[in-house]
Write a protein that binds this ligand. Structure first.
Ligand SMILES: C[S@@+](CC[C@H](N)C(=O)[O-])C[C@H]1O[C@@H](n2cnc3c(N)ncnc32)[C@H](O)[C@@H]1O
Length: 502
């Protein structure tokens, strides 16, 4: 949820999820413990959710229901949550959120949720045998907590977390709940579509793996009516949108009731953490709030696409300073050095096609290095390794390599790719107006309109970044070409001068 608490879900045997494709993710620590015996994930892309599947989750509440949320606050108070300066309310941004009771100053510490009210991999299971089995099998934190949540949810009132679980949304907003055809239809232009497919496959793979290795061997502890793909999609959806990593607890991941009612704002830079002296989870406000105003934290410096992927919303265009759009660059198969270039890339953990994040302020050195490699002629064979190493950013050093002799080709290559991507976005945005006019069921129409609006917002914000990149690239190319022209004129001038002297 927060920068320091940002989670990148990764199944143990599916490195693609944490792949080099997403350079801007490399800064985050891997959330999963490596189990002694790794988990295998079999993948099926057919198990996509149906819009009706949400009705099958027998716990939680409507995303905007306040009823259970108010009971949650009473319950937490009884269990030791100190008096709060905020209350739960319906809000304009994020449906339910925490609003200030009275004036809150900038720099105030808020929340102080005691660790006893937090769900983590160390939480006590109401059914201890089930927890034992998972721990014996070294199940990593994410699938462990996902299973724990289902186990407690299935006990309804007899779980100690029943008040918390009743206040959780029955359908968390996240791309996990988009069907494959919805992803294809609405997110065709964006690289987020691929990320959503990979994430969904990882959840399916993780569930299948748990089923094969554990649940099927202990059907008494893990009956399929309770532990199935739908309940796992729900619990992972909850984790993606609510789990936090607490830096002062050695990066422990946890669900923090009450704190997870705070919505995200791109305009604040304050994150949840654990305060050792007061022994509570807290955050420090970085702006003042008036009574009744919604209080925000940051879920991390994430792009609009990443926010849509995990949390199911897209900030207003131009309001997210961390926004980025991914551009996919590829080696050309017709390149006479294709094999050598691919070998260099693979040596550094990259492939013949890579995504790089573009921001309005520019692009990463890794992308420039990749572009140099793509356009470099056979005479630069000796530099392939250096280019691939820089493109992979393996060393962690932001080494800014330059090859002025192929600058123009590299910029032109990025510009061509960028413009091809802009065309895709424009096609989608133009077609979106006339999409879904054939839908007649009001429920389906509402869902489609909602998803389409999210997709339109995302595509507008990503295309804006691509336009900016296009502008910068065109200027660079113009400067290079003008520089060349000047040099040529100077050279001609000298030649004529010498000629004149003959
Ligand atoms: C950690 S929860 C926050 C509490 C949540 N609003 C609730 O009622 O349970 C994260 C979810 O809140 C919503 N959310 C958070 N920040 C938002 C924002 N800036 N705009 C729209 N929705 C937001 C999204 O649905 C997201 O998946």
């Amino acid at each position: 949820m927060a920068e320091a608490s940002t989670i990148v879900f990764q199944t143990t045997l599916r490195p693609s999820f944490f792949s080099q494709n997403h350079h801007h993710h490399l800064q985050f620590a891997k959330p999963f413990r490596t189990p002694k015996t790794p988990f295998r994930c079999s993948i099926s892309t057919t198990d996509t959710p149906t819009p009706a599947s949400v009705d099958r989750i027998p716990w939680g509440c409507d995303a905007d229901s306040l009823e259970n949320a108010e009971a949650l606050q009473d319950w937490l108070t009884k269990l030791g949550l100190p008096p709060q300066k905020m209350r739960i309310e319906k809000v304009n941004v994020g449906e339910r959120g925490l609003v200030a009771n009275n004036n809150i100053r900038k720099g105030e510490k808020l929340l102080f949720v005691p660790p006893s009210l937090v769900i983590s991999a160390d939480s006590k299971w109401s059914c201890p045998e089930a927890g034992e089995v998972l721990k014996r099998n070294s199940v990593p934190d994410w699938p462990l907590i996902a299973t724990y949540l289902i186990s407690e949810a299935s006990l309804s009132g007899s779980s100690r977390w029943s008040n918390y679980i009743s206040a959780l949304p029955r359908q968390p907003y996240s791309l996990l709940y988009w069907t494959r055809s919805e992803l294809d239809r609405y997110l065709e232009a964006s690289q987020i579509r691929q990320r959503a497919i990979e994430r969904s496959n990882d959840v399916i793979g993780t569930y299948n793996d748990l089923k094969l290795r554990i649940f099927s061997k202990h059907p008494d502890l893990f009956p399929e009516e309770v532990y199935n793909l739908e309940t796992f999609r729900w619990s992972f959806g909850i984790l993606f949108s609510r789990l936090v990593r607490l830096p002062s607890m050695d990066g422990k991941v946890a669900l923090v009731p009450w704190a997870d009612m705070l919505n995200h704002s791109c305009q604040v830079e304050t994150y949840l953490d654990y305060d050792k002296s007061s022994e509570g989870i807290f955050f420090t406000t970085d702006r003042p709030y008036q009574p009744g105003e919604q209080v925000f934290i940051s879920y991390g410096k994430k792009s609009n696409g990443e926010l849509l992927l995990s949390y199911g919303f897209v900030p207003k265009e131009g309001t997210n300073p961390s926004d980025s759009a991914e551009l996919s660059l590829s080696l050309e198969k017709s390149d006479e050095c294709y094999e050598e270039k691919l070998e260099a890339l693979m040596k550094h953990g990259l492939s013949g096609s890579q995504c790089f994040p573009l921001q309005v302020t520019g692009w990463p050195v890794e992308m420039m290095a990749y572009a140099y490699l793509v356009v470099s002629p056979p005479s630069m064979l000796n530099q392939f390794d250096e280019m691939a190493a820089t493109a992979s950013n393996k060393t962690g050093s932001k080494k800014n390599i330059r090859y002025p002799e192929i600058d123009e080709q590299a910029f032109q290559f990025i510009l061509d790719t960028c413009e091809a991507s802009i065309v895709k976005y424009t096609k989608f945005l133009q077609a979106s107006g006339s999409m879904d006019l054939d839908v007649t069921s009001p429920k389906q129409l509402n869902r489609r309109l909602f998803l389409k609006q999210l997709a339109v917002d995302l595509c507008n914000s990503e295309r804006r970044i691509l336009y900016r990149t296009q502008y910068i690239l065109r200027r660079r190319l113009r400067d290079i070409r003008e520089g060349e022209l000047k040099a040529l004129r100077l050279f001609d001038g000298f030649r004529n001068w010498f000629k004149g002297g003959d």
